[in-house]
Design a protein around this ligand. Structure first.
Ligand SMILES: Nc1ncnc2c1ncn2[C@@H]1O[C@H](COP(=O)(O)OP(=O)(O)OP(=O)(O)O)[C@@H](O)[C@H]1O
Ligand SMILES: [Mg+2]
Length: 284
């Protein structure tokens, strides 16, 4: 148990942040351990509910990579990853929709709502929330993988203005109505940019960007490019880092990668002076 004076200090330290962030929008990419471990799931649901209740607009974009891979195994569908992206054929997109827009999305929404958070579950198909086009990173064909062409911002704002917390599964609609699988990190970045969010936070299952066993607490674009080139940033960290910098360029103030394995890491990042994880910055 923490004593009363420590509690008081913590609350007082939080006050200026609460005042600064009231009425602002935070986009949170929810993934990794915070999404799979029971205790961490509960603390996440409480954290976002607190943020919402003190007047911050919260928009959640979730992943679900592990669940999709497990379901693919159960259905005997082969999973292939290229540069951190899932190759997606006709069979795989069905599974992605089933797992992301169905099971995973509803579990998250249910959890938040049992904590009082007014969450509403959506995917990019709902009211054309996420229009998408085929995505070919570095010219690689990933099948039915999309990138966001536009976000239905008025729709999200309508929900936020009415006290709801949108929880979005990253499935987009292509021009011909084809559903496209979108990497959740890229989707979170695009949504944050479209909403002109104050902050974008990636909740993952690692301390942040780690190079040579050391946490990189601030990362500039040019350094990140070198780390990707050298292979010290790889796999699922690549889309996170790339979309972080693209988002910064659109005017989103701050982008962080934080450790979802730490209880209440979201609150610690937002309401304490120290900050945790990796913060992405403009050069200089
Ligand atoms: N330099 C790096 N620093 C930290 N993690 C790295 C680095 N390079 C690669 N990684 C990998 O990236 C992973 C995080 O991305 P990953 O896609 O696996 O998780 P996520 O995006 O949080 O979850 P999900 O994809 O399910 O939404 C880490 O667990 C780690 O294995
Ligand atoms: Mg990922």
């Amino acid at each position: 148990m923490i004593d009363a004076s420590t509690k008081e200090e913590v609350l007082i330290e939080a006050l200026p942040y609460i005042q600064t962030y009231e009425g602002k929008t935070f986009v949170i990419k929810y993934g990794g351990a915070a999404m799979t471990e029971d205790q961490l799931k509960q603390t996440f649901a409480k954290d976002v509910t607190i943020l919402r209740k003190i007047g911050i607009n919260i928009v959640i974009i979730h992943g679900g990579g592990k669940e999709i891979t497990e379901a693919a195994k159960a259905f005997n569908i082969k999973t292939t990853f290229i540069g951190g992206h899932r190759y997606t054929d006709e069979k795989m997109i069905e599974l992605v929709v089933m797992m992301l827009a169905g099971k995973v999305n509803k579990e998250i929404v249910n959890l938040i709502n049992t904590n009082g958070g007014n969450a509403i579950g959506l995917c990019g198909v709902d009211n054309m929330l996420l229009r998408a086009q085929k995505h070919m990173p570095d010219g690689v064909d990933l099948g039915l993988v999309g990138e966001i062409a536009s976000v239905n911002v008025p729709f999200i704002n309508l929900l936020l203005q009415n006290g709801m917390m949108p929880v979005i599964a990253p499935i987009g609609v292509g021009e011909n109505g084809q559903m496209l699988n979108i990497n959740a990190d890229l989707a979170a970045g695009a949504v944050a940019a479209a909403l002109k969010a104050e902050k974008l936070v990636y909740l993952s299952d690692i301390e942040g960007v780690v190079v040579n066993n050391k946490l990189v607490s601030t990362l500039a674009r040019s350094e990140a490019a070198k780390m990707i080139e050298a292979g010290s940033i790889f796999g699922g960290m690549i889309p996170k880092v790339r979309s972080a910098f693209d988002t910064l360029e659109t005017g989103v103030n701050k982008v962080h990668i934080i450790d979802g394995r730490i209880k209440h890491s979201l609150l610690l990042e937002i309401f304490t002076d120290e900050g945790i994880g990796t913060q992405m910055t403009h050069e200089g």
